[in-house]
Ligand binder design. Sequence first.
Ligand code: URA
Length: 314
Amino acid sequence: MIAADLSGFAVFFLGWLPYIGRMSEQTIERRFVAVSADTARLMGVDFIPIGKSSGASGSDAHSVTEPRAAEIEVKPFADRRAAPETAADSAPARVRGDRAKATRLLEELRVKYEADAPHQHFVTDHHTIVFGEGDPCARLMFIGEAPGAEEDKTGRPFIGKAGQLLDKMIVAMGLRRDEVYICNVLKTRPPGNATPTGREAELCKPYLIDQIRIVNPEVIVTLGLPASKTVLATEATMGSLRGKFAKVAFPPENGILKSVRELHSEGIEIPVMPTYHPAYLLRDYTPENRKKVWSDLLQVVKLLGLTPKVPAAE
Ligand code: URA
């Protein structure tokens, strides 16, 4: 069914021009303004293959009756990291953490997760623990709900159909997959890809919080409702959460490792952008949903001062 949805690629105008005027980085403005109306039409939309529109149903479909997440002021983050870094062409000058230390701590956390095996307290259908992968000092972290079949086979998050779509989104945002950090709330595959229960998510959350605290990204994107609910500690619906930054605190006492607790003893706050899960998009591949996800991601692009990738004109 998904294969049928992957029948080709389409482009549509996303109305992104209003973003141009609000971009703060000169480089971004120069490059954005240089893009012609024709290429604007193509901008950032090839990350989503076209498929049948099946209406706005599905578990992630939105309701407007739920409370909204707290909005944050969107501005480039001040220096929250330890060591200076050379400014890349696509990003503003920034500093980032100690990669060797972050790598060591992530490994320590992975070993701790394996020893504790919080998934022993619920039913799984896993062969492999899918802990997470990517840049240990990534500026951007994606959090999904749980590994699927492909991920369980390989031990890598988001490498199946949904992962391939996520890869396209990352590239459209002006990044490479190895520049971000990707993980899930649950590290083990649920039977039949069932949605994680609240209890399962709570059992795994301390490990996720330590992952967040180690990577200390400038922005988190939560993919789908289970991840958004877990990270934002809310019962709101996806439709009411998506598209708005929520500033979330990750206090030391909510993690699991003592060594991570000492990292940022005062706790950290990170803006979180909830958006639809790529698997939901593949199921309900309407222009409306594609446009919503891309507009959510453009807010992240803007906050990070990235330059979205312009697909070659046809
Ligand atoms: N869906 C998820 O939430 N995570 C994965 O790793 C793959 C699919």
